[in-house]
Design a protein around this ligand. Sequence first.
Ligand code: MEV
Length: 323
Amino acid sequence: MKSVTVSAPGKLMLLGEHAVVYGYPCIVTAVNQRLRLTATIHDEPLLIINAPDMRIVDYKRPITMLGETETPKEVQFVAIAVKNFNEKYGLKTGISIATASEFKSTIGFGSSSASTVCVIKALSELFGKELTNKEIFDLSYKTVLDIQKKGSGFDVASAIFGKTLYFVTGGKTILPLAIDNFPIVVGYSGVKADTVRLINKVSLLFNENPKLVKDIYKDIGKIVEKAKTALEEKNCQVLGELMNLNQIHLAKLGVSTRKLDVMIHASRDAGAYGAKLSGAGGGDCMFAFAPENRMKIIEKAIKKSGGEIMQITSNAQGVRVEK
Ligand code: MEV
């Protein structure tokens, strides 16, 4: 049976989270841990999903009925991506999908967005649709919005385009930055974050204090613009200061946690240029941007504060077909 294997990278939000949901830019880097997905054509008009990492074995649904009843959380993104592809391009066969991830779905590296992107890319390859990256983005972003209702799409863009992107809400701008891999230390706080809950929390704060929160978004937007220049000019000191400023704004939005704060301060004390949380907050990861010769000391400091070090590098390749 005809089959294709594709892979997409996880992502790490560098600067601009939350404000990017409301029309401001962010900077995101693709990381070297990937999600792999194999799609195989078969005769019966069924979608079959195997995702051992999510403890999913032989989940089966008729393709025409996808999304009609409640879809289990673990298979939602794959199932709705197949449904959306079918509605747009008409699948004339059944599809089996198997996924395997190098990173745990509990760590906010974006397993949902990476698997959505992999489905659209794999089906596009299998059925000779030759979709452009922007077409893959539009269908993947629609899938994420169908499920989550909210989100900027930065994670989908990162899985598709890879590298380090300057990104504006909904893909209005998707600009790969001409920069090299840069040294970061990533620490996981051990707490899984619920992105939608945190977006809702910030939106509640906005409803109560629209002017104050809008000013915070605007400032985050300015920080991101300056950080883009600092990254391009390799101005480490300035980039670190901008990360620290961004962290202050995230704390004001109420999305940092005591554990993240401790890890962040420990890495600054250990010599990082700057450190901040990454993503929605409420747990998940922080990262420090650091001189090469301080990396090990910073790792130690993060571990001592109760964090787990994630061995990742930045600027990874976007979605690709695997041989
Ligand atoms: C979550 O990782 C980042 C947010 O900005 C949400 C999004 O951009 O979709 C909070």
